[in-house]
Ligand binder design. Structure first.
Ligand code: CA
Length: 232
């Protein structure tokens, strides 16, 4: 029997928790549950789960505070579950060390896709790439070893900054990357207000890489949060 990953679900809303647990169990994941931050923290310590799904709105402790407490001793992927319209809290959670998020209400397919991405990043020690350094989705091929980008087999020339942005998205493929994360990695710290830089470069990248830049297939916008490179 193959190893069945263990998922910890920390969510106080029983209806949502049951929905999540049912979805995960349908894929043979093992699941443990907590309805409070403190019991969740102690289960994380005692069971060493492979992924944590964390509701940001818990009755006994702020979710972002819980992320910081977890990140003091573990790099277990944390997927935050939060309400629609709470973009700011999602960004704070991601910058505090969460890996990804789901916005309520979400479907089972989306839940399982996020969990698969998180597990893949764990299996490959934080990078979804094989040793060849090649990333593929649809017609797009990025090779971080050869430093090449192809669309439909044709080489595409990217500027240094465009290529730098692509390498960050590829290393986090399937996961959301915040505006702040891109700004800090590409332009250095202290550029917090200048998210329009990122928008301009993303528009150019879409013109170069997307079949229809107005309806991106690969470089997806996460409204109010950042960008996600599709990976499956
Ligand atoms: Ca809640």
């Amino acid at each position: 029997m193959p190893y069945q990953p263990l998922i910890l679900v920390i969510e106080d809303d029983e209806r949502i928790r049951r929905f999540i647990v049912a979805g995960l169990s349908s894929q043979s994941y093992r699941v443990i549950e907590a309805d409070r931050a403190e019991s969740g923290l102690s289960l994380a310590g005692s069971h060493a789960p492979d992924v944590i799904l964390l509701d940001l709105g818990l009755p006994d402790r702020d979710g972002v505070d819980l992320i910081r407490a977890l990140r003091a001793w573990t790099q277990i992927p944390i997927i935050v579950v939060s309400a629609r319209g709470h973009e700011r809290s999602k960004v704070v959670a991601l910058d505090a060390g969460a890996d990804d998020y789901l916005t309520k209400p979400f479907g089972v397919a989306e839940l399982l896709a996020r969990v698969r991405v998180a597990l893949r990043h764990v299996a490959t020690k934080g990078s979804p790439l094989p040793e060849s350094g090649e990333f593929r989705v649809g017609e797009l091929v990025v090779n971080l070893v050869e430093r090449t980008v192809l669309v439909g087999g044709e080489p595409v020339h990217l500027t240094r900054t465009e290529y730098r942005i692509m390498t960050i998205l590829v290393r986090h493929a399937g996961k959301v990357v915040t505006h702040q994360h891109l700004l800090t990695e590409v332009w250095g710290p202290g550029r917090s207000a200048e998210t329009q830089y990122v928008r301009v470069f993303m528009a150019t990248l879409r013109r170069k890489l997307e079949p229809d830049p107005a309806r991106p297939r690969y470089l997806l916008t996460e409204v109010g949060v950042g960008y996600r490179l599709l990976d499956e």
